[in-house]
Design a protein around this ligand. Structure first.
Ligand SMILES: C[S@@+](CC[C@H](N)C(=O)[O-])C[C@H]1O[C@@H](n2cnc3c(N)ncnc32)[C@H](O)[C@@H]1O
Length: 289
């Protein structure tokens, strides 16, 4: 067996040889139409749709999945390794794939970075845009409003379009172009995020291809070409075969590192059943066959 596939198998073995407590499928609450979430000292009221979730077809993004509030909370911390290492900074542009209806990671990170583009299939557009409007950072303070008051009140302020925006992007149908940044000046992204997007074998190849296409925008961006884009993939550990298929495909395009448990918050570690990997695109010559 060649060395790289052996490493992918070893990573799967290491992760799945420990006791992983059951997280069920991993929904926060699939029956609720609103969720009150508190992340990094701020309250968010997230609208979600059990009705859309139960429609025939793939509509898993109609409700919030457990890993997403955990990732948002981890990324918001000032001692997070992405901030400490300069991967994230106040001038960063971030693109999220498969954001679902909540837009939660974007809501939490957008005030800390220059630009955040949320993407998913178009069925999430209406609710994610409502969640962006209603969870604007202005007036979002624990002292000033209860979540019930927030639900009744009109949105007080909206993110300027360029800071936090939703753009439909289907991994199987759409082309990745610099226009995803929504800016005339920025032509690429510093960080690509995907939370809980690995659960279906048929989606692995188009998802990884889309991650690679977004990171590859960097090479033709003359303002930032010297700093590679970093792809962050956070997932719940479910089926080991799906995980192994993903890591094999991802490692073909990306040099891959797992964030060690001691650099994650307790809730996001492999023992509760979650894992976060970072990838940097390989050179064309290095891409595995
Ligand atoms: C399990 S949900 C996770 C949603 C959200 N990231 C969260 O953690 O709450 C998987 C997401 O992948 C999205 N997805 C599935 N197939 C897709 C495709 N072909 N193109 C774009 N997004 C897709 C779904 O719409 C859904 O939002």
């Amino acid at each position: 067996m060649a060395f790289p596939p052996l490493l992918d198998r070893l990573e799967t073995f290491l992760l799945y040889s420990q006791d992983i407590p059951s997280q069920n499928l991993g929904f926060v609450d699939p029956k609720a139409t609103t969720l009150d979430l508190s992340i990094a000292g701020k309250d968010y009221v997230i609208h979600q749709s059990p009705t859309i979730l139960n429609r025939p077809g793939s509509t898993t993004g109609a409700v919030v999945w457990k890993i997403t509030p955990l990732v948002a909370d981890w990324l918001a911390a000032s001692d997070n390794p992405l901030w400490n290492s300069g991967i994230l900074s106040s001038s960063s542009g971030v693109l999220e794939l498969g954001c679902g209806i909540s837009g939660l990671v974007g809501l939490v990170l957008a005030p800390l970075v220059a630009r955040y583009t949320l993407t998913d299939q178009s069925y999430v557009a209406k609710l994610v845009e409502k969640n962006i409007v209603e969870n604007s950072p202005l007036g979002n303070s624990k002292q000033t409003k209860t979540s019930a008051q927030k639900r009744k009140s009109k949105p007080s302020a909206v993110y300027p379009k360029a800071e936090l925006r939703f753009v439909p992007l289907d991994w199987e149908l759409d082309e990745v172009t610099p226009s995803l940044t929504g800016s005339d000046k920025a032509k690429s992204f510093d960080v690509v995020i995907a939370c809980d997007c690995i659960y279906n074998d048929t989606l692995i190849q188009p998802l990884v291809q889309t991650c690679a296409d977004v990171c590859r925008l960097r090479a033709s961006d003359k303002n930032s070409a010297d700093k590679p884009a970093v792809c962050l993939v956070a997932q719940q550990l479910r089926d080991p075969e799906i995980f192994e298929s993903w890591i094999k495909e991802f490692s073909r395009y990306f040099r891959t590192w797992r964030i060690p448990d001691n650099a994650l918050t307790e809730g996001l570690r492999s023992n509760p059943g979650f894992v976060v990997h970072l990838g940097i695109l390989r050179d064309a010559a290095e891409t595995r066959n």
